[in-house]
Design a protein around this ligand. Structure first.
Ligand SMILES: C[S@@+](CC[C@H](N)C(=O)[O-])C[C@H]1O[C@@H](n2cnc3c(N)ncnc32)[C@H](O)[C@@H]1O
Length: 500
């Protein structure tokens, strides 16, 4: 977790604690973290979209920016745990506490229990934050609550949580900061995964929830055929990137901003989770007989997988041409429902040959009826709850509800059905979600399989293993389910279906 040294106007230091900001003057890093939490609560904002702008506006860089980032993201991720602790420290129910005060208190608890900030600094900075943003009366209340928080360490707070909760799932959810319904969903999905070791379900579940709480490394994709070995070696030598574990295209950002790398600025590389790379590469690699030139990405926005698929298709077309096989009309149609996301797709594929990629606005549900039997490969990277990417979206777990599942599952089924219709006999559909929730993964495939006899399930686990550069542990078919705690990727799900 981010640690902060003493000094500078930003105040509160690590461990022993530096001088805090003068009374009434709020530490700018803490103010940024507070503003992020408020934007998330008040405007449904995404922390990862709001934070960079706030850091730039306030001129925060280096350690101060790192501190603000860890404070905001860590607090958002662990909010449920901190609320359970605050409920034990407050004389008032949390629902009656001013939302701004509650956010400041959550930040305070994270400093005490989740970061190595000295207790007295965490208390006084929280009080200053509340005084400046809410008022003196609320500051006295915040002071009293924070003093209670500092009277026990993390282990003691866990013991007290256990005393108050008899439900094991609730307790695990409080301890590891996940809503109970998500804990149950993850347990169900892990239990159905043939890669989960027998007798190891509880340990796997804890490992997964813990992995969701850790900040992930930034992973880059080097789009095949667009970045030379020499360029990658140079970036590695300069300490900008390091090889990642599993996908042949994946590199870990070694530090700094991705935009410092020229290939990222020009669209030949991009930021993309390694799991996303593996599922796209697996779809591109599975055998199809006959023509293999017309591909579609049914739900393309913001375009990460389109750019990877397009690069593979371009490279394959060039290789065939070099072998004297002219593949006429290679193209990838990248379609997306929302206009602004169509623009993001265009930006994402900017380094690919213009004639190869056709970026269109469409409703993927109608493509099957409008273009039946047209495509050799189709990716359905379906809109989903995103429960597999909780590491990257710190607030998502508290925003999502079980009520989101039913409409999403219906949409997912319609999109998959449409994709199968739009695929030619012998072609392949890749169904992908960045959620391991069974309702969005196996249940969608099962429902589609029940309703039609013209598809065959291929071994997606074998397809992922075949493109990976190292063993993908615990991957057993027919579906491929990746996990943050096993593979260091988002929890991507892939099913491969051949149209008969
Ligand atoms: C999970 S995201 C796709 C991510 C993308 N494949 C990537 O790798 O960058 C799902 C996308 O589907 C889009 N979408 C939602 N409903 C759709 C529909 N009916 N037709 C096409 N796209 C849709 C959403 O706007 C969203 O951009």
């Amino acid at each position: 977790m981010a640690e902060r040294s003493s000094g500078g106007a930003a105040g509160a230091g690590a461990g022993g604690g530096a001088a805090r900001a003068p009374r009434g003057r709020v530490d700018p890093s803490r103010q940024v973290a507070f503003d992020v939490l408020r934007a998330v609560a008040q405007s449904d904002a995404y922390a990862n979209l709001v934070l960079p702008g706030l850091l730039a506006d306030r001129g925060l860089t280096g350690r101060d920016a790192g501190f603000a980032t860890e404070l905001a993201y860590g607090t958002l991720r662990l909010r449920g745990r901190y609320d359970a602790i605050l409920a034990m420290c407050s004389t008032r129910s949390l629902s009656s506490v001013d939302p701004g005060v509650l956010d400041a208190l959550r930040l305070g608890v994270h400093q005490v229990l989740g970061m190595r900030v000295a207790q007295h600094a965490a208390v006084s900075e929280t009080v200053d934050l509340v005084r400046a943003n809410v008022g003196q009366g609320a500051a006295s209340f915040a002071n009293a609550v924070m003093r209670q928080v500092t009277r026990a360490d993390a282990a003691e707070w866990e013991r007290r949580m256990a005393e108050r909760t008899s439900d094991a799932t609730e307790l695990l959810g409080q301890r590891l900061a996940h809503p109970a319904w998500i804990v149950r969903a993850m347990r169900e999905s892990l239990a159905l995964d043939p890669g989960t070791p027998s007798g190891g379900l509880d340990a796997e579940l804890v490992g997964l929830l813990e992995a969701d709480n850790a900040a992930p490394a930034v992973t880059l994709v080097a789009r095949p055929g667009l970045v030379s070995e020499q360029e990658l070696e140079r970036a590695e030598t300069e300490g900008l990137i390091a090889p990642a574990g599993l996908a042949p295209t994946a590199w870990r950002l070694a530090g700094g901003s991705p935009d410092t790398i020229g290939a990222v600025r020009s669209g030949r590389m991009g930021v993309q989770d390694e799991g996303s790379q593996l599922v796209a590469l697996a779809l591109a690699a599975v055998t199809v007989t006959g023509r293999d030139a017309v591909w579609a990405d049914l739900c393309a926005g913001p375009g990460g997988k389109s750019a990877l698929l397009g690069a593979v298709l371009a490279q394959r077309t060039d290789e065939l041409a070099a072998d004297g096989v002219l593949q006429q009309g290679s193209r990838l149609v990248a379609g997306e429902l929302q206009e602004h996301r169509v623009g993001l797709v265009r930006r994402s594929v900017k380094a690919l040959p213009e004639e190869l990629v056709d970026v269109v606005q469409w409703d993927g549900r109608t493509v099957g009826s409008q273009e039946p039997g047209t495509y050799d490969r189709i990716l359905v990277d379906a809109p989903c709850t995103g429960l597999g990417a909780l590491r990257r979206r710190p607030e998502a777990r508290w925003r999502r509800t079980p009520a989101d599942l039913k409409p999403l599952a219906l949409l997912q089924r319609e999109l998959l059905d449409s994709a199968i219709e739009a695929t030619r006999t012998g072609g392949v559909v890749g169904y992908v979600t960045c959620s391991p929730h069974v309702a969005e993964t196996r249940a969608v495939i099962d429902a589609v399989l029940r309703s039609r006899a013209d598809v065959e399930v291929l071994d997606a686990a074998a397809a992922v293993s075949a493109v990976a550069t190292d063993e993908v542990v615990g991957l057993e078919g027919p579906y491929a389910q990746l996990w943050p705690h096993r593979h260091g990727t988002d929890a991507m799900f892939l099913a491969l279906l051949r149209r008969l």
